[in-house]
Structure formats: structure tokens, C-alpha cells
Design a protein around this ligand. Structure first.
Ligand SMILES: C[S@@+](CC[C@H](N)C(=O)[O-])C[C@H]1O[C@@H](n2cnc3c(N)ncnc32)[C@H](O)[C@@H]1O
Length: 289
């Protein structure tokens, strides 16, 4: 880590640093510079802007602010720079080991909770990443047995940190390392109420937005020639693990609705539908046993 920035004197108020941040982010081409500057200042100062605006930054907090502004100027996503981001009721710790949870996935959790209300039983989140889905279910449905599966050791460390951050609210969540169904105990076979996954679903030749491709983990995004390699494995395996009446909920790309639904019907699911996101685009498969 760099040495603390001793140029910051103890009289520079946060309002001045905010103005400097807006100017620098604007020059860097960041559209939402004013709002982002506030978030960066609040993160460094540790309090809402209105409370700290006229207070001087300490040497340590000024140093933190400077490092964050430099990272954002280089194009790193704000969520990684802040190392935290809201997801439903949670504020998740994030870094480059995990995908940044998306608003579309918040909508998927609504359906998971609806299906769980109907069928009950344990909930399993395959490819849990930061733990966004699994932790939301654990917090919003206290007492539910929740499992989070993740292949990446690095990502699992982030999920574990988020779990620890929840303390008792994390309830009975279990985080296990391995590929899809492999690390789940045999005792869950035929007994899971809801299996949910936001798997990688971008096809190998689809160009990624540079801000995604340059910063987010590629193994969380790409999934073969049509982007459905992982959806195929999950849909094929899910039936054996689900309880009678159980549901599989799988996020997918906006153009993958019919293909994902066909996979579910071919695997033997009886009731199959495609859920949409807030923009009305096909976004997730819901398949009931
Ligand atoms: C699109 S990200 C979703 C992360 C998180 N669930 C969310 O919604 O923000 C996909 C996740 O699946 C994990 N993953 C990829 N292949 C996997 C596999 N074979 N088994 C388990 N997890 C896998 C990736 O490491 C990544 O964390």
C-alpha cells in the first residue's frame, strides 16, 4: 500500500474534496460524476455527506479517498472501488473475485421467495458468487435451510465474508465448494424446495461491454457456444434433487427464454414458464416438478 498522503492538511473540508472528485470524474468521462463523487466521499469519510461536508478530512481518510478516486478514474467499476453495494435488503462486500450483483437478479429472488412460500423446504443457490441470492433468502426467510454452492475458492471467500458480516441474520446458511450439485449432501436428494441459479450464460463469441470484460471474472460470465452449457447441466441435474412440487429458478439472457424452457420440458419438468425483468425482457426460467 502507498504511504499516507501527507499533502492533505487537516483543514481540507470534504466539500472541497467532493468538488475535486466531480471535476476529476467528469474529465475521466464518467456520466454520473456528482452522485459518484458523493458516494466516494461518504465511503472515505464514513458518514453521510451532509454531516461531513464542512469537516476536515483526516490524513488517513484523505488517503483512502485519493486511492478510490484514482481507481475510478482508471475505469474500475464503482462497486469494486467502494467494496460494497446494495442488493435487496443487504449491503454486500464485493471485490474483483465476484460478479457485481445485478438488479435483474433482485427480481429473480422475488420468484424464489414466492416458490418457497408454496413448497417450503431447503433452498439451494448454485454459483452463489458474492452470496447475493443465498444471503437474501436467508435474511428474508429466517429459519430456512439455505445452501450456497460455488466452484471458485476466491468467490467463496467473498460469500463467507458476507455471511460473517450478517452475524446471526445469516441463520443456517451453508456455503460449499464444488461444481453445481457435486458438493451437496446425499440427504438433500429429492428434498430441496427451490433450486435457484444465476449461472454464466454469455455465449463465447458475444462481445462483452468493456467495463464488464475488463474487470469482472470471465468464469462467472461465459458458457459455451450458445451460452447455455451451464444452464443445460443445471436443468438436467435439478429434477433428481427437487422435492415433489419443488421449483427450479434459473436466470438467463434476454434471448434465451424459449431455449431454456425447452431444456426444462425435455428434462421432464411439467410446469414451465419464463419470468421477465423490470424492463419486461425474458430473464429467468421457472420450472416446477
Ligand atoms: C453470473 S455469476 C452469479 C453470481 C451470484 N449468484 C449473483 O447472482 O450475483 C455465476 C457464478 O457461478 C460460479 N460458477 C461457474 N461455474 C460453476 C460451477 N461449475 N459450479 C459452481 N459454481 C460455478 C461462478 O464462479 C460465479 O460466481
Amino acid at each position: 500500500m502507498d504511504a499516507p498522503d501527507h499533502e492533505a492538511d487537516e483543514t481540507t473540508p470534504w466539500s472541497a474534496l467532493h468538488r475535486e472528485t466531480v471535476a476529476r470524474l467528469s474529465v475521466a468521462g464518467i456520466e454520473n460524476a456528482d452522485a459518484e463523487a458523493r458516494w466516494l466521499v461518504e465511503r472515505a469519510a464514513g458518514d453521510p455527506f451532509r454531516l461531513v461536508a464542512e469537516q476536515p478530512a483526516t490524513v488517513r481518510s484523505h488517503h483512502h479517498w485519493r486511492l478510490m478516486v484514482e481507481r475510478r478514474e482508471r475505469g474500475e467499476p464503482l462497486q469494486y472501488v467502494l467494496e460494497r453495494w446494495p442488493f435487496r435488503t443487504l449491503e454486500l462486500f464485493l471485490d474483483r473475485r465476484v460478479l457485481i450483483p445485478r438488479p435483474e437478479t433482485e427480481v429473480v429472488v422475488d420468484t424464489v421467495l414466492e416458490e418457497h412460500t408454496r413448497v417450503g423446504g431447503p433452498v439451494v443457490d448454485l454459483g452463489t458468487g458474492s452470496g447475493a441470492i443465498a444471503l437474501s433468502v436467508a435474511v428474508e426467510r429466517p429459519g430456512t435451510e439455505v445452501w450456497g454452492v460455488e466452484r471458485s475458492t476466491d468467490a467463496l471467500a467473498v460469500a463467507r465474508a458476507n455471511c460473517t458480516g450478517l452475524g446471526r441474520r445469516a441463520g443456517s446458511i451453508r456455503l460449499v465448494e464444488g461444481s453445481w450439485f457435486d458438493p451437496l449432501p446425499d440427504a438433500l436428494v429429492g428434498g430441496i424446495g427451490v433450486i435457484v441459479s444465476n449461472p454464466p450464460y454469455v455465449s463465447d463469441d458475444e462481445p462483452l461491454d468493456p467495463v464488464v470484460g475488463d474487470w469482472e471474472p470471465v468464469e462467472a460470465l461465459r458458457s459455451g457456444a450458445d451460452g447455455l452449457d451451464d444452464v443445460r447441466v443445471i436443468v438436467a441435474g435439478a429434477l433428481a434433487w427437487l422435492a415433489p412440487g419443488g421449483a427450479l429458478v434459473v436466470e438467463h439472457g434476454a434471448d434465451q427464454g424459449p431455449a431454456a424452457a425447452d431444456l426444462a420440458r425435455s428434462a421432464g419438468f411439467s410446469q414451465v414458464r419464463t419470468g421477465t425483468d423490470l424492463a419486461g425482457r425474458d430473464r429467468f426460467l421457472v420450472a416446477r416438478v
